[in-house]
Design a protein around this ligand. Structure first.
Ligand code: ATP
Length: 383
């Protein structure tokens, strides 16, 4: 690829603080790109009545990929109350910028690795290495919602059980989206490196050295939607005998993740379950400051730390930049810069292991840029 063009979207709160940290590390890795700044976030909602102006969508359309800090989002009444009268009168309605981008560019895989780097004081245990693939375009986040159920829906069979005046959200699950997220999971399982820290060098879940995909669902209750999801993952599993496959209920999975996180390898699941499990997994390996993510489609991708704008710590320069830096590593990997991506991760691992630079979430006193500077220095030394 020629010099890549990256839409650079700092956004709100600590998003704008961790992006310069990620940039410092990308530069130290010797990565050459054009970073094109874009407007996104709460300030634009308040000024323009949208957190995602059209000019930013154009920027995304003209670049190779995007890198996002974080976007604040609030429930409807709170969002509307912050609009000037002029925009409220126009009937501006808040909708999540991140969800719009995921849907608009069909970024169907939300990839969230959670790894316990040796020496991280926040690790629940060593040897955790879980990758979550969350379906990113439908499910509970389909965007079809009503404050009141439209009257005509009450004529449908089954609706007699639904109370009048209820609000409603449609959980849409298609075979197409389920199939392609399952394919992405098995593709990763098939091509990924074997984990060496598990007993016997193989995966604890399969016991025979194969990698393991766990499909997480609630098909015993949500029979229609998760039935479609499971049928699709089973179909893909049959095409991949070289990979172990199991199914687990979402509630049991949450419990097992806390009880024995090392048994998990790759988790594939629907949108909301994936969102919740990825925060749970982040906490197993030190918290949101260690949770990178990538939203990947066929032609475009957007990289972002899994955390939000964290208003409680914003503006103090103390946010842990590791999640953003690891997201930058995922971007390098996606752009084909495999060696730089691997070097970046080694530099992160070394700084964590040494324990000289720790942000407050790790029990230390150092700031965002101190952590980034330490990682950049390792990279420049050629870790
Ligand atoms: P938003 O409303 O934008 O989603 P939030 O505060 O509700 O923001 P997160 O940003 O995910 O949600 O933060 C959850 C918790 O994790 C907060 O207490 C926050 O301070 C902490 N946190 C998040 N990211 C980091 C980080 N990079 N470093 C340290 N702590 C973090």
């Amino acid at each position: 690829m020629a010099r890549p063009e990256i839409a650079w979207l700092p956004g709100d709160g600590i998003g704008a603080e961790v992006l310069p940290a990620a940039r410092l590390v990308l530069d130290a890795a010797g990565f050459q790109a054009d970073y094109l700044p874009g407007d996104i976030g709460w300030a634009f909602w308040r000024k323009e009545g949208t957190p995602l102006p059209d000019r930013t969508i154009e920027l995304l359309r003209s670049t190779d990929c995007a890198f996002l800090g974080a976007v604040t989002s609030k429930p409807d009444p709170d969002a509307r109350s912050e609009l000037p009268e002029r925009l409220r009168a126009k009937g501006a309605r808040y909708s999540s910028a991140v969800l719009r981008i995921r849907r608009m560019f069909d970024l169907y895989t939300c990839l969230r690795p959670c790894k316990s780097f040796p020496g991280n004081p926040g690790n629940m245990s060593e040897g955790i290495d879980i990758t979550i693939l969350r379906e990113n375009t439908e499910g509970m986040y389909s965007g079809a919602e009503w404050d009141k159920i439209p009257q005509e829906l009450y004529n449908i069979r089954g609706m007699e059980r639904v109370p009048r005046q209820a609000a409603i959200t449609i959980r849409a699950v298609t075979r197409k989206a389920s199939h392609r997220i399952a394919k992405a999971a098995f593709w990763r399982a098939g091509k990924g490196p074997r984990r060496v820290d598990a007993p016997g060098g193989g995966r604890p879940g399969t016991g025979d050295g194969r990698r393991l995909v766990t499909a997480v669902h609630k098909a015993n209750v949500m029979r229609a939607t998760d039935g479609v999801f499971l049928a699709a993952t089973r179909e893909v599993a049959l095409e991949h005998p070289e990979v172990g496959y199991e199914e687990m209920l979402i509630d049991a999975c949450a419990m097992q993740l806390v009880r024995d996180p090392r048994r998990f390898d790759i988790i594939v699941t629907t949108n909301l379950f994936g969102d919740i499990l990825s925060d749970l997994c982040a906490q197993l390996v030190g918290g949101m400051g260690f949770a990178p993510s990538a939203n990947i489609g066929e032609k475009y991708a957007m990289f972002e730390p899994s955390h939000g704008s964290a208003p409680d710590i914003a503006g103090q320069g103390v946010a842990n930049p590791v999640a953003a830096i690891l997201s930058a590593g995922m971007m390098l990997d996606w752009l084909g810069e495999k060696e730089r991506a691997a070097a970046l991760e080694r530099a992160v691992a070394e700084v964590i292991q040494e324990g000289r630079v720790r942000t407050p979430d790790m029990g230390g006193t150092m700031g965002t840029m101190a952590m980034a500077t330490a990682i950049a220095a390792k990279l420049r030394k050629g870790t």
